[in-house]
Design a protein around this ligand. Sequence first.
Ligand code: SF4
Length: 348
Amino acid sequence: MPSKVLLAEPRGFCAGVEMAIKALTWMVKVFEPPVYCYHEIVHNAAVVAAFERAGVVFVDDIEDVPDGSPIMLSAHGSAPEVVVTATNRAAVMVDAVCPLVTKVHHEVRRMADKGYDIIYVGHEGHDEAVGAIAEAPDVAQLVDPRVGIDTFEPRSEGGVALLAQTTLGLYEWEDVLSDAQELYPDLWTARKSDLCYATTNRQSAIQKLAERADVLLVIGSENSSNTQALVRVGSNAGVPAYRIDGPAGIHPSWLEGAEVVGVTAGASAPDQRVQDVITAVAPSEGVEVVRVTDEDEYFPLPPQLRRFMQALQALVEGGFACRNPGQDGPVDNDRDFSATEALSLLGV
Ligand code: SF4
């Protein structure tokens, strides 16, 4: 039996996921089902299943949403034409795109407008990569880090820009960056890489765990890019690393002879799953938190949702149903409400 669990800090929900989960929770509380969501709100099977039970219908084609329905767009960012279609057909359209993904969309548009060809480093078919490339499909080409830039062919005489999916492994980004700098000496890239703070912090934390752990457990879904990157960072550090959805995924042979078990979670994995895994591992000497940094990032709810909730509140006050007209509305105290609490309302 393992004697100790080393628990990564930070781990689990990032600010973008917090915002998206709380926003969709508001949608299911305010609207009669079904509420439609374009793409999985975040890439976690337990979170998606909880919202499905609460009346959310997830679609991969915006044309599958009936006219006049409430629609949310996922945290991964959507193609411009999807945003337009959703806006035109929705009763209320809320775009829960993470602001850090929006920043990359802006970069794609800005560099395309300047005449650059764009290498977008990302994973084929990932929702975030599809949405970002759709900002400038004629000049942005997807380069999978596992393949490298050999397939990239600039189509114009302008410069070359290098942008990336926010959830890549740092090692994936650095490999492509050094190859591209060698091939294109005038390469443009963002001063700070597009990899987001949550991605890099969680990768630093698992590297720290790998210095002391005999085995690493990474909680998150199969289609979660940042979860898969954590597994690869752990393996690259020379420690057996396994992705699991929860305690049921632990194979007893993984823990045989393991004294110290490192535990972390991808940015879309609920903390309840982490606690369940620790309970299943049952370390005889308890849990030690290994902290590499503090995170206090906070992203406010999407503006469309805030405007809608404020209008709703004004309506209620105007109808004399509110005892204290003018007081803070429910979304004004959003900072005090966590996605974990939101999910507990949905039974996660
Ligand atoms: S992983 Fe990073 S980019 Fe993705 S939602 Fe979280 S904070 Fe935003």
